[in-house]
Design a protein. Structure first.
Length: 252
């Protein structure tokens, strides 16, 4: 075990599966105290068992300000300080602007944008007490480039990218760094659902692979390494940036 994140406490939302789980495992391996947040407690507990180390499981809804307050209070009471927030929880409703329902649009922005905003602003006083810290938002390459059938999702991730930049500017004088990671197509529960719902899952997967010049889709650990860097002191001069981790997708 190395110790790039020793003496740091990190909160990770959507930590029960996919990218969030991958980040949690990587953070724990690097010596961080890890707070696992999500709606499904069983998944969080499985992640905590796999991570080992010092973990805290909190089942909560990150779109509710009152529950975010409780998460932060429990974390501070348990570990004494907060240094890192990873806003990873998100969802995807496929469709054009015409096809997406009002309920789907509202849910997408409630989770993908409002949840990020609520948690980010709520953690600021705790990061100030720690003399700075790192907020890491998991956005998407679709927050940078558009694509068909992702009107709501891409719009929400674009909002996350610009929220990241604005917060980075607003809080730079406090040594609070805010960055975004923009993954390409990564093997997660979310993308598995897209595959299952497609008319031809095998063809759909091959299309996704072909869109990434490195010749494969991503894995959660491909994103976790970048998250470790942004959480660590190695990135103390890095803020306001959206980092693609996309197998070359945006280079095409």
């Amino acid at each position: 075990m190395s110790a790039r994140l020793a003496n740091k406490t990190a909160i990770i939302t959507g930590a029960g599966s996919g990218i969030g789980r991958g980040i949690a495992l990587a953070f724990a391996k690097e010596g961080a105290n890890v707070v696992l947040v999500g709606r499904r407690k069983a998944n969080l507990e499985e992640t905590a068992q796999a991570a080992g180390g010092s973990t805290l499981v909190i089942s909560a809804d990150v779109t509710q300000a009152s529950e975010i307050t409780q998460i932060l209070q429990q974390t501070a009471q348990h570990f004494g300080a907060i240094n890192v927030l990873v806003n990873n929880a998100g969802l995807l409703h496929p469709g054009t602007a015409e096809q997406i329902t009002e309920a789907q649009w509202d849910e997408t922005f409630n989770v993908n944008v409002r949840g990020v905003w609520l948690f980010s602003r709520a953690v600021l006083p705790y990061l100030r007490k720690s003399n700075g810290g790192s907020i890491i938002n998991v956005a998407s390459v679709l927050g940078i480039n558009g694509v068909r059938l992702r009107a709501a999702y891409a719009s929400s991730k674009g909002a996350v990218v610009l929220l990241t930049k604005c917060m980075a500017l607003d809080h730079s004088s406090e040594q609070i760094r805010v960055n975004a990671i923009c993954p390409g197509f990564v093997e997660t529960e979310l993308t598995d659902n897209l595959l299952r719902k497609s008319a031809d899952p095998a063809a759909f997967l091959q299309q996704r692979i072909a869109a990434h010049p490195l010749g494969r889709v991503g894995r959660p650990e491909d994103i976790a390494g970048m998250a470790v860097y942004l959480a660590s002191d190695e990135s103390l001069w890095v803020t306001g940036t959206a980092f693609p981790a996309d197998g070359g997708y945006l280079a095409i």
